[in-house]
Design a protein around this ligand. Structure first.
Ligand code: NDP
Length: 505
């Protein structure tokens, strides 16, 4: 369980009569209760996984086209009822309605891509059988693992888990999803909506509760776990999965940097920096947290960022620029980062310690932050940004790479965009725009270092939820067979001679 669960286990007389413990999900803007959900224990998680395993055979037998038909029907349902699900997202995260809608636009496009491309990427295909095995036909096929456990976060409660769920389903797996304790209603809505178009079997099930429910899912015998959340919890998930050698995909946080070169479009770069840092109140794993701007254009860039950030207002109303901090304990992290930097000599270009007014945090732009301060090294996950001068874009790359994280990154440069992008130690980079890679379904999404490993989205994301199965089929027998006790004592020597002839040059 996270230390500051907003929901709490029900202890009333009513709950004592009902043996199923429950918890509440709350609207972070108002504290209003928006839902009550069961706390599933290990036994219940086990039952759900067993049902998902039975369903998997049926789902797999539908084949790519049968699954595509059903996933397409789900996509259309999601589009028809987009505002209804957006409303649930708003209620549980507090984000503005249009931000929730935008999240669902991405969900729909990824779901479409996964269903449309699964067959092409995963179906059995021939590969060259090579010199030694020329008499064999060789094929590779990507088969579903079985049941995938998905553990999701609260910041993008539909988009983030759907990066695993849509791809895992398209590949022929069934899924058991444990949403964050802060956003269980979104998870339940997703599962119920899929059940409307696939009523036959539970191909997507949801278990709700706190950390122990997630841990139970890791130990339940699922064939793979896809986790998104903090690095620390990611390590715990991995340790739990290690006990049963259950494979894991770990998508953790980041401290993404944006580099502004001297020839950059400064207005576009400032716009991208502010949006990248502050949209969704900065609660974005690929959000911009640091900016390194070349000295020659730094003053102008700082002015542009200051002007834009100072205009933004958080709030609970639909037209606010961004909403509240969804997880109450995050407010303390943000305050510590801002105050800690200011105490050590940083300057606030916008806002400061007073900007932290729970549940909202107003924009904060800091500069001259000591490189080892938490604001410069740890994930802040708030509407804050650290902007620093560097001598050159190359120094910007060095500073960007000097991090234990390596999720995404951004480069603004007219002449050197691609070159600088390639030198960033990260899983994804946007050149002259921000976060664009997350909206391209064909591109893999994931990081290195403390940002985790494995990939969702794209071809890699489909393969992540499969086991490659290699098959050889004998086409004809040849006299030179070294893999039999019946071989002559000249067989291997002949093979070595042939190898020298063809592979020795
Ligand atoms: P966590 O990493 O703790 O939670 C992520 C998910 O893991 C939730 O569903 C959580 O359940 C579940 N979980 C917690 N403990 C366990 C466990 N032992 N075994 C299995 N599953 C478990 O994130 P927080 O919500 O606490 O956020 C903490 C920090 O993580 C943030 O401040 C932010 O920096 C980062 N973060 C990064 C995200 C990203 O997109 N990369 C997303 C969210 C957070 P439950 O919620 O019920 O505890």
């Amino acid at each position: 369980m996270t230390g500051t669960a907003r929901g709490s286990v029900e202890t009333s007389t009513e709950a004592e009569l009902d043996p199923q413990p429950t918890f509440e999900s709350l609207d972070p803007r108002t504290g209003e209760v928006v839902g009550r959900h069961p706390v599933h224990d290990a036994g219940e998680v086990g039952e759900v996984v067993a049902a998902a395993r039975k369903a998997q055979q049926w789902w797999s037998d539908l084949g790519f086209s049968g699954r595509k038909q059903r996933l397409d029907a789900w996509r259309k349902l999601l589009l028809r009822r987009l505002d209804e699900l957006a409303g649930v997202i708003c209620a549980e995260t507090g984000k503005p309605l249009d931000d929730a809608r935008l999240e669902l636009v991405l969900v729909v496009d990824h779901l479409h891509w996964a269903a449309a491309n699964a067959e092409k990427v995963l179906r059995r295909r021939k590969v060259p059988s090579g010199f030694l095995m020329a008499n064999q036909a060789a094929t590779v096929e990507y088969l579903p693992f079985g049941v995938i456990g998905v553990i999701g976060p609260w910041n993008y409660p539909a988009f983030t888990p759907m990066g695993s769920i849509a791809y895992a389903l398209a590949a022929g797996n069934t899924v058991v999803f444990k949403p964050s304790e802060l956003t269980p209603g979104v998870g339940e809505w997703l599962a119920k909506s899929l059940a409307e178009v696939v009523p036959e079997q539970p191909v997507l099930s949801v278990v709700t509760g706190f950390g122990p429910t997630g841990a139970a899912l890791c130990e339940s015998g699922v064939d793979k776990v896809a986790f998104t959340g903090s690095t620390e919890t990611g390590k715990r998930v991995m340790a739990t999965c290690a006990r049963t050698l259950t494979p894991v995909l770990v998508e953790c946080g980041g401290k993404d940097a944006l580099i502004v070169d001297a020839d950059a479009d400064l207005s576009a770069a400032a716009d991208a920096a502010v949006w990248g840092a502050m949209s969704n109140a900065g609660q974005t794993c690929i959000g911009v947290e640091r900016v390194y701007v070349v000295d020659a254009v730094a003053d102008r860039f700082f002015d542009l960022v200051t002007e834009r950030a100072a205009k933004l207002r958080p709030g609970g109303e639909p037209n606010a620029n961004f909403g509240p901090i969804t997880m109450p304990s995050q407010v303390d992290v943000i305050r510590d980062h801002v105050d800690g930097a200011l105490e050590r000599g940083a300057r606030a270009l916008v806002g400061g310690g007073h900007s932290v007014r729970p549940p909202f945090v107003e924009p904060v732009v800091l500069t001259d932050v000591p490189p080892d301060a938490a604001a410069a090294t740890e994930e802040t996950f708030g509407p804050t940004i650290v902007v620093e001068r560097v001598r050159s874009a190359d120094e910007g790359v060095e500073r960007a790479n000097d991090s234990r994280y390596g999720l995404g990154g951004t480069v603004f440069s007219r002449a050197r965009g691609t070159e600088l992008a390639r030198r960033l130690r990260s899983g994804m980079v946007a050149v002259n725009s921000v976060i664009a890679f997350a909206a391209v379904p064909a591109l893999p999404f994931g990081g290195v270092g403390d940002s985790g490993f494995g990939r969702i989205h794209g071809e890699d994301g489909l393969r992540e939820f499969t086991r490659a199965q290699a098959v050889t089929r004998l086409k004809y027998r040849i006299p030179l067979n070294p893999m039999t006790f019946g071989r002559s004592n000249r067989t291997v020597r002949r093979l070595v001679r042939l190898l020298r002839l063809f592979r020795g040059r």
